[in-house]
Design a protein around this ligand. Structure first.
Ligand code: FAD
Length: 286
């Protein structure tokens, strides 16, 4: 069943950024998302001042369900317990259980090597939490094959993830193939499609450099044509994302998770063009 449209935001690291995010969140609230998830930097021991604080604002002030991201390779069991306790006290019971990216300059703690270990741990220690996992339609870059990737994803679901959110992708066909592989592997939880509207040249270049996301011909043509016309590139990038969403919703995707990049205008433009697709099925999780 379609779970509606949800958003991702990230905690800013300056006071100006915090004030701006508060305003952004108020604007996002008007769009009535199913939930808003809050990212967390891997390797940070300031989860309480960043992710938990933003999630608390979303939950307590805006009354929107929230999911706190929790990458745990660099956290001990005691540190995870502490974060869970803070969330529990705030009445937030949804966590995106992550391993997190490997940092070259920080030594990992030994407690959680992979996300399935964190998932199992939380399920055992704090069963009141609902757990979401990350997944990769184009395969996680460290996986040796698509089969291994799906087998490891299944471990995460078997450990207790009841929902998955994908890495961004620009080619819906890759998502449909991935969805089918999950189905064949017995992964039967909702898979929310992660969509990031690409609205400027730097963002596109960063994407090319840092992810293995395949850029379809249609998308490359937009980049090439509007490289030096920022307004047209923004319009075309938004239209591309809307096109992806329309196709996904008509193919009965479980939900759309929009990577907002903390820009409420982008989310507004997307909602303006798709709200009737979600209207009847606006279901809040949590
Ligand atoms: P895992 O599920 O542990 O997988 C990592 C690799 O190990 C994969 O190749 C997998 O196949 C393999 N593997 C998994 N389990 C096993 C096992 N039991 N045995 C052997 N191999 C195994 N990062 C952040 O730092 N902060 C965030 O807030 C954040 N939010 C994200 C949100 C979404 C929706 C997504 C898709 C990613 C997010 N990331 C975030 C990035 C993520 O942390 C990285 O992609 C990271 O490299 C993998 O994390 P994971 O939880 O998917 O890892």
């Amino acid at each position: 069943m379609l779970q509606g449209l949800s958003f991702e935001v990230f905690p800013p690291n300056t006071t100006i950024g915090v004030n701006k995010l508060t305003q952004t969140l108020k604007e996002l609230q008007q769009l009535q998302p199913a939930f808003i998830s809050v990212t967390c930097s891997n390797g940070t021991n300031h989860v309480a001042d960043t992710t938990v604080k933003v999630a608390s604002y979303i939950h307590q002030e805006l009354h929107i369900p929230t999911i706190a991201h929790l990458p745990a390779t660099y956290l001990s069991k005691e540190e995870v317990d502490e974060v869970l306790q803070q969330l529990d006290q705030l009445g937030i019971h949804q966590v995106l259980a992550l391993r997190g990216d490997i940092l070259t300059d920080v030594v990992p703690k030994a407690d959680f090597k992979y996300a399935d270990e964190l998932t199992r741990y939380i399920k055992e220690q704090a069963p009141q939490f609902q757990l979401t996992g990350a997944c990769y339609p184009e395969m996680h870059p460290e996986s040796s094959s698509r089969i291994t990737d799906i087998q490891n994803l299944k471990k995460k679901v078997d450990a207790g993830c009841t929902q998955l959110i994908t890495q961004l992708f620009l080619d819906n066909e890759l998502f449909y193939r991935f969805q089918e592989s999950c189905y064949l592997a017995g992964i039967d939880v909702p898979i929310l499609a992660g969509i990031m509207p690409i609205v400027n040249r730097n963002q596109a270049l960063r994407l090319l450099k840092t992810t293995q996301t395949q850029l379809p011909r249609k998308f490359l043509a937009i980049l090439e044509k509007y490289e030096h016309n920022p307004i047209a590139l923004r319009d075309a990038g938004l239209a591309y994302a809307v096109d992806q969403i329309v196709d996904l919703v008509t193919q009965d995707v479980s939900g759309i998770h929009l990577y907002t990049m903390n820009d409420a205008q982008i989310a507004q433009r997307i909602v303006e063009n798709t709200h009737s697709l979600f209207g009847e099925n606006k279901v809040r999780v949590g």
